[in-house]
Ligand binder design. Structure first.
Ligand code: CA
Length: 386
């Protein structure tokens, strides 16, 4: 995938404040009181003894009416509870579920995906980054568990396949024509798991082709198959002005798509000097975001030329983009940018060159030097769309 991976935040990846975290933690402890069995009861009643003793007092009058024995056993219970306290740190499950360890700083709350029932579901893995170094937990909504297995048991999930975000991908939506994106979640342990699941604006998907914004792309669309060359679309064939050198600034050209489909490639009149290293071409959207990228391993020999591009099928300096599966619509304004290593030795002067023309032969776009448009000039170029 040559689209630049950018981990953009569909979800709230990351840091939540300590104070925010401690509140759900006590909530979780409360629920643990009612749902968990013996161990959580021991854990959570002890903090409750401190804070909820007034409650115990209000019920105790009933115990008092039944007999002072209940009162005498009360202190006994109190004395036994500290014993339970001393044993708790030894019981890892107790330590992790119960609230005694309150982070004194930031907690990393990392989204993970598991299958619960038959549904891809977000859970969160929490890690205490502060000096308190509380044990990690897994969170389902506001309820925390000491392990993914414990969470899975409570919610009918499959703990054997846990997916975490590995990269974000920006695309131009097939349906909307606007920039959108998704996140790739890959299994921590690949055995018996899906290769990846995807967090999209319409939810978690195991197959990206189910997302309408993606159906025109990649493995969802035969037009994106390797070797597909579309029809000639936007172009400016004249190279009458000679050679525009690529030096410290990249050279580019904006253009407007004339048909709807997949942008399968771009041809330029590109010549190298003595440097035989590959040249690259990037397609940017109107905001300068990178949409597609291709490399040309063998740049045609030559130094200077005033030849025009031929009007038909792609010639020598053709950058194949079909595998990028970049969907374009009529009127989309894009910019191609060429990057090629430059040199300062003869016979070709200071760098590889691109054929161009003056007097604005292509009114729908402009040559660019770096990010600066040169309105009176246009590269020689041919865009192909399938
Ligand atoms: Ca122009």
């Amino acid at each position: 995938m040559c689209i630049a991976p950018r981990l953009h935040l569909i979800l709230t990846l990351g840091i939540i404040a300590c104070g925010d975290d401690s509140q759900p933690r006590t909530d979780a402890a409360d629920t643990a009181d009612t749902t968990d069995t013996t161990e959580p009861d021991v854990d959570t009643t002890e903090p409750d003894v401190d804070t909820t003793e007034p409650d115990a007092d209000t019920t105790e009058p009933d115990a008092d009416t039944t007999g002072p024995d209940a009162d005498t056993t009360g202190p006994d219970a109190d004395t036994t509870e500290p014993d339970a306290d001393t044993t708790e740190p030894d019981t890892t499950a107790d330590v992790e579920v119960s609230p005694p360890c309150v982070p004194d700083g930031e907690v990393f709350d990392d989204p993970r995906v598991v299958v619960c029932g038959s549904t891809l579901t977000f859970v969160f893995y929490g890690e205490d980054l502060s000096p308190s170094a509380c044990p990690p937990y897994y969170r389902f909504n506001d309820t925390k568990y000491p392990s993914l297995e414990a969470l899975a048991a409570a919610h009918g999930c499959d703990a054997s396949c846990e997916y975490r975000a590995t990269m974000g991908v920006d695309i131009i939506g097939c349906e909307s024509g606007f920039r959108t994106g998704y996140e790739v979640y890959e299994p921590l342990v690949a055995d018996e798991c899906l290769d990846a699941v995807y967090a999209t604006p319409i939810g978690l998907l195991s197959d990206l082709c189910l997302w309408p914004e993606k159906t025109c792309r990649a493995d969802c669309n035969p037009a994106c198959a390797e070797g597909t060359v579309g029809d000639l679309d936007a172009r400016q064939l004249s190279g009458a002005a000679g050679t525009k050198r690529i030096t410290s600034d990249n050279i580019g050209q904006s253009f407007r798509a004339e048909t709807e489909g997949i942008l399968t490639g771009v041809e330029l009149r590109l010549n190298r000097c003595e440097v035989s290293t590959p040249a690259s071409l990037t397609i940017l959207d109107g905001d300068g975001a990178e949409l597609a990228w291709a490399e040309l391993a063998v740049v045609p020999e030559g130094c200077e030329s005033t030849a025009d591009l031929a009007g038909g099928a792609p010639g020598a300096a053709y950058f194949a983009l079909e595998g990028q599966c970049l969907a374009v619509a009529i009127g989309d304004t894009l910019r191609l940018v060429v990057n090629a290593p430059f040199c300062e030795t003869p016979p070709c002067g200071e760098g590889p060159g691109l054929g161009y023309a003056t007097d604005d032969p292509y009114p729908l776009g402009s040559l660019f030097v770096g990010d600066t448009a040169v309105p009176t000039e246009d590269l020689s170029f041919k865009v192909f769309v399938e």
